[in-house]
Design a protein around this ligand. Sequence first.
Ligand code: CA
Length: 426
Amino acid sequence: MSELDHTHDPALTSWVHSANGHRDFPIQNLPLGVFSAEGTERRIGVAIGDFILDLTQATDLLDEEHREDLGHPLLNAWLARGPGAQRALRHRLSELLSDTRYRDDVEPMLIGQSEATMHLPCLIGDYTDFYVGIHHATNVGKQFRPDQPLLPNYKYVPIGYHGRASSVRVSGEPVMRPSGQRKAPDADAPVFGPSRRLDYELELGIWIGAGNRLGSPIPIGEAADHIAGYCLLNDWSTRDVQAWEYQPLGPFLAKNFLTSISPWVVTGEALKPFRVAAMPRSASDPEPLDYLRDQDAEPGLGLTVEALISTEAMRAGGLAPHRLSHGEAAAAMYWTVNQIIAHHTVNGCNLQPGDLIGTGTLSTADGEGLGSLLEISKGGKQPLTLPSGETRSFLEDGDEVILTARAEAAGAVSIGFGECRGLVVA
Ligand code: CA
């Protein structure tokens, strides 16, 4: 297991009582985000239980370096500092929120999460989406290319494409059904109109901390030092547009109309107790090339990721959201996050603080953990029946998709990511 310290101690509690036993934000988590509340500008805060500690108010209690970083309404400066400074801030926040000596000073700086609006945590210079979910790649490949689901490069190259940073939005942004070209397999020509196959993709997002200079690849052994944290990511996709446009250059308008993320940056430090081994490779798989050899014994993310749906009729009927999938992230990822970073930069491509990298859809091998409706409904051939009696092959107007992630391990306090929500509107 990676080196843990007193901030991970399961016995540690906060004087913010709602943090103790909190589903997502106990004192062992301490994720940063950007929020505003009535009458305030955007500012950086840390989630603790049902509250947010406003760090712009807490600057007198922080080191000068942190004071400068946290005085902005964006996390980029903090992300650029790298792991040492980020760990130091975590230690200080843990102290302020656990030691009752600070309670009188700090308590007035807390704002209820229900009174706050969350924003994008940083200025995202670039967004890249990978495709490391091997079961997803196989399931989708079967539908697009039944004769060759997994292309020959898949087990050598962590496949990815450059996405669109400008349309990344925080949880809660409405999903306006996009229009585009689609062509039925037996039609002579495409038609234009609102997508009939709007889908979600259950993914994790990786936040880049310290970047690398153009021309200087990040060796795989140093990749973890460039990852500041993680979020949930929903790569909304129009499958009908995708099927027609994807060859020869890959995803374009089927993906770039919106990408939703959860607002809190859950740090690599907070996830240390939950690292697990990478997905085992079968004996017949090729060995990774040298630059992709991950020597980390536990590079996997011990996270359970989940997708839920709530339709308009379900909400009207008082029905709880229905779980679409539930599975272990590490059981879905053929390539580790370290391999993703090493591959992205091996040609000298420069990552910058605040860059966002999606893992790709995380589907497990079994039917319980399929990370998109395309897979669940077998391309629309087997619609899913919901508790309301409604059926779904793809998303309809009024449907809301909710993603969650949760880290659990023996001897550790569980932490969560919060939620990534999006409601489909016409
Ligand atoms: Ca994707």
